[in-house]
Design a protein around this ligand. Structure first.
Ligand code: ATP
Length: 425
């Protein structure tokens, strides 16, 4: 957390006012990392599957949506209060009848709806209540027909979306692990009801691989299958991908078989037919939905935790973020070895050229060793140094963040050299 603040990954929201509980802002490096994670997910979903389309639905939706989806009645957590210290807890997260903070007596659990409410328009009255969406999925279900007709997709096909979701969590915490405002990356895949199990397995495999593809260590990932009483009201089967955080194993992504629950309910509540006529099968049905739902912020926390290392180098310790080059915020630092002999000018020209394709950083201040360490700490995979030899043979030194080994690359080849290592291809 201290590195995140110091180096500009993540700041507390409204910090100069003392902060706002569980709200965070992404700084210059944080936003680059977040964009790269989203980009990786978006490509894995929409570019790599010509049967998945994207949407970006609005956060505010017709209030009936949340009645149909079951959120008004069911999206609750059991809340208990401590009679002595007044702290609040999720009943399913405390063990036993005593307050985990002070040992005081707890109240009986009561259900607390997690949706944020606000009013649409100038009058604060019951009829004007709207909710901030607690999941992005409903924006996809209500657009099922629009997307299918506009894109001429046929079942099986999917719709992908990245966007903010809001949950008035009783106990947010662990930095950005659980917040009240967060971003989800969700994909709903519509299938024939008889093929649900097969697609469920395919998406399970594919999603696990994605976490690996952004550099997360396999041994820190595992599956958790939801028991029947753990599953959401709509789910027939549910698996979580869990990561071993320093505080415990926890969910980072859920893969759910939502059956035809959502489309059926929207058909009922909106009185619009949401059936699909399958020409190949000569059959009309409401498709089943296999959903993959991952938190963007939680993935970002995972990659930071997974990448962070402190390691001895000679008689010192270096902090290094071993982020995959594909998601690292800065792809390279361009460093003139010294501030003379034309090195800064040449390095600047290289930086200006690379900047057109990649987020790179030019730095000419201080000893080169210190400059390397600063880049290690923020996860920059390559340092490109212009030195005396460059002036003679037009090659530069490229230092690898993880191995600290140095190589020489022709300056004219740098762009391609970097493309090969940092682009999602
Ligand atoms: P929990 O039981 O821990 O509250 P959930 O099972 O309700 O979580 P889902 O509804 O399956 O979570 O949400 C899908 C994903 O969205 C989660 O795997 C997580 O990555 C992310 N997510 C959910 N709630 C939050 C939150 N409050 N803050 C950050 N990310 C979240």
């Amino acid at each position: 957390m201290s590195l995140c603040k110091r180096r500009g990954y993540i700041f507390q929201s409204s910090e100069i006012y003392g902060g706002l509980n569980s709200c965070y802002d992404y700084g210059p490096l944080g936003i680059e990392l977040k964009n790269n994670i989203k980009d990786s997910w978006w490509r894995a979903m929409t570019y790599h599957h010509d049967n998945i389309e994207g949407v970006d639905a609005s956060i505010l939706m017709h209030p009936r949506v949340w009645e149909a989806s079951g959120h008004v009645d069911e999206f609750t957590d059991p809340l208990v209060d401590c009679r002595r210290c007044k702290q609040r807890f999720r009943a399913d997260q405390v063990e036993g009848p005593q307050c985990p903070a002070c040992g005081g007596e707890l109240t009986d659990p009561r259900n607390f709806n997690l949706m944020f409410k606000t009013y649409m328009g100038p009058v604060e009255e019951q009829a004007a209540i709207v909710y901030l969406r607690p999941e992005t999925a409903q924006g996809i279900f209500v657009n099922f027909l629009n997307v299918m007709n506009a894109s001429r997709q046929k079942v099986p096909f999917g719709i992908a979306q990245i966007g903010k979701a809001f949950r008035n969590e009783i106990t947010p915490g662990n930095f950005i692990f659980r917040t009240r405002e967060f971003e989800q990356m969700e994909m709903q895949f519509f299938v024939h009801p008889s093929e649900d199990a097969e697609w469920f397995e395919r998406w399970r495999e594919e999603r696990f691989e994605w976490h690996r593809s952004i550099g997360i260590r396999a041994e820190k990932l595992r599956w958790h299958e939801h028991a029947e009483q753990e599953r959401a009201h709509y789910a027939k089967a549910a698996y979580d991908i869990e990561y071993e955080f320093p505080f415990a194993w926890h969910e980072i992504e859920g893969i759910h078989n939502r059956t035809d629950f959502d489309l059926r309910r929207h058909q009922e509540y909106s009185s619009k037919r949401l059936e699909y006529f399958d020409e190949a099968r000569k059959e009309k049905y409401i498709p089943y939905v296999i959903e993959t739902s991952v938190g963007c912020d939680r993935t970002l926390l995972t990659v930071l935790v997974d990448a962070y290392a402190e390691e001895p180098v000679r008689d010192d310790t270096r902090v290094v973020l071993r982020l995959s080059p594909k998601i690292a915020p800065l792809k390279a630092a361009i460093l003139p070895l010294v501030r003379r002999d034309g090195m800064p000018e040449l390095a600047r020209r290289i930086a200006d050229d690379l900047m057109r394709a990649h987020r790179v950083f030019y730095d000419e201040s201080g000893a080169v060793g210190r400059r390397y360490r600063r880049q290690d700490e923020i996860g920059t995979p390559y340092c490109i140094t212009v030195d005396a030899q460059t002036l003679g043979d037009q090659t530069v030194t490229v230092r690898d963040r993880d191995t600290m080994e140095q190589d020489r690359v022709a300056a004219s080849q740098l762009r391609e050299w970097l493309d090969d290592r940092v682009l999602f291809l």
